[in-house]
Design a protein around this ligand. Structure first.
Ligand SMILES: NC(=O)c1ccc[n+]([C@@H]2O[C@H](COP(=O)([O-])OP(=O)(O)OC[C@H]3O[C@@H](n4cnc5c(N)ncnc54)[C@H](O)[C@@H]3O)[C@@H](O)[C@H]2O)c1
Length: 350
């Protein structure tokens, strides 16, 4: 069995997480690390990697097959391009770049140099998303027309590069990129409009709260919402179809499906008095016309990314996270920032 070696650029939180925590097949071996911070290199050495203080020397190692770029976001493009020009395959952390033009350069470079290029969009395997995707794929709610995907916290953004505009900080780049990627991966339609609102609650430099509305050509309307100043959190997922709704409350995966079993609604002749006051339209439906179901279980595989990498390199398998898919996400991020500035709904065909 051939072994492919990986070297890390940026041995911080995520660079070391790849090495130490993400399951990998036998044919993938981490070899080395390059970082500009000597403390991070000392950590890499302690963890058993060869370390480099010079990028050129790191890239010149003929034993090295794959480079993982796990630095702050603004360095991704330059470092990925340097690695690809040195003939290395590249895995880039998310967000792959700061905009779609940067990504286009990276894709062009991978083609020119005949090397593999992919992005660590690992949240395609998160259990909450896999449950929603299963319900969607199996049409358990019939035709879906509304989806809300949300992450909220109450601690603001840590005062690191994540809070600096120059580094590509802010929540759209940080979490938005994951949630948009999940939705585009699941939904077959094309995005026909983008509208975004950004807020700057804990500081003024980068978005720490945003709401993004995407409209799809098959009529699905999607809300992606991220907050870092929410002391009561809304559900992480809410999806409505013609014959049911599903909600996932939180990461503990509590939630439920309400499924329609009888749509033969008999509207009253007189306005009923209910909890909602006098309303015919919004009076609750009869309890025996729907059933509550538990959330289904769904398969996940925390080792999918490196397993796929190995199969692509060794057997020419299809890449799971394709650059063109990530390019759709980046184009939406571009338009979201434009919409935030102009307060306009931006029509598109993505
Ligand atoms: N996919 C995920 O689930 C996930 C989770 C967390 C972070 N990330 C991504 O991983 C990347 C790194 O985030 P992090 O949390 O590990 O940050 P971090 O600050 O913990 O680590 C970044 C490392 O890069 C090094 N570095 C900075 N500039 C460099 C340069 N020019 N050349 C070489 N090294 C450099 C720093 O010294 C540091 O060791 C970001 O792009 C982030 O969005 C992804």
């Amino acid at each position: 069995m051939k072994t492919y070696t990986v070297g890390v650029i940026g041995y911080g939180g995520m660079g070391s997480y790849h090495y130490k925590r993400i399951p990998k097949p036998d044919g993938i071996r981490f070899l080395s690390a390059y970082d500009i911070d000597s403390k991070r290199l000392a950590n890499a050495h302690r963890d058993g990697l060869e370390t480099y203080t010079e990028l050129d020397a790191f890239l010149a190692d003929p034993r090295l097959d794959v480079v993982l770029v796990a630095t702050p976001n603004n360095f991704h493009k330059e470092l990925a391009i340097r690695a690809m020009q040195a003939g290395k395959h590249v895995i880039c952390e998310k967000p792959v770049a700061l905009n779609s033009a940067e990504l286009q350069e990276m894709i062009g470079c991978s083609r020119e140099n005949g090397v593999l290029f992919t992005v660590h969009q690992n949240r395609r395997m998160d259990k909450d998303f896999r449950i929603i995707k299963k319900i969607y794929d199996e049409r358990q709610l019939d035709e879906v027309f509304r989806i809300e995907s949300r992450v909220q916290g109450s601690r603001g953004i840590a005062d690191t590069w994540r809070r600096r505009k120059v580094n590509g900080g802010g929540m759209l780049y940080d979490w938005g990129v994951h949630l948009i990627d999940q939705l585009l991966y699941m939904l077959p339609g094309k995005v026909t409009s983008v509208f975004a609102e950004f807020q700057y609650i804990s500081q003024n430099e980068v978005d720490d709260n945003f709401r993004l509305t995407l409209t799809f050509d098959d009529g699905v309307s999607v809300l992606v919402e991220i907050g870092t100043c929410n002391f009561i959190m809304l559900p992480i997922w809410y999806m409505c179809g013609r014959k049911g709704s599903v909600q996932i409350d939180y990461w503990n995966l509590e939630g439920r499906i309400y499924h329609l079993i009888d749509n033969d609604i008999k509207f009253e002749d007189e306005i009923p008095s209910t909890l909602v006051g006098p309303s015919i339209t919004l009076a609750p439906r009869a309890a025996d016309t729907m059933e509550e179901l538990p959330l289904p279980d769904a398969e996940t595989d925390p080792g999918f990314f490196y397993k796929n990498l190995y199969e692509v390199l060794d057997q020419g398998a299809e890449l799971t996270v394709k650059p063109d898919e990530v390019q759709r996400v980046m184009r939406i991020i571009d338009l979201a920032f434009e919409s935030g500035k102009t307060h306009r709904v931006i029509p598109c065909d993505i």
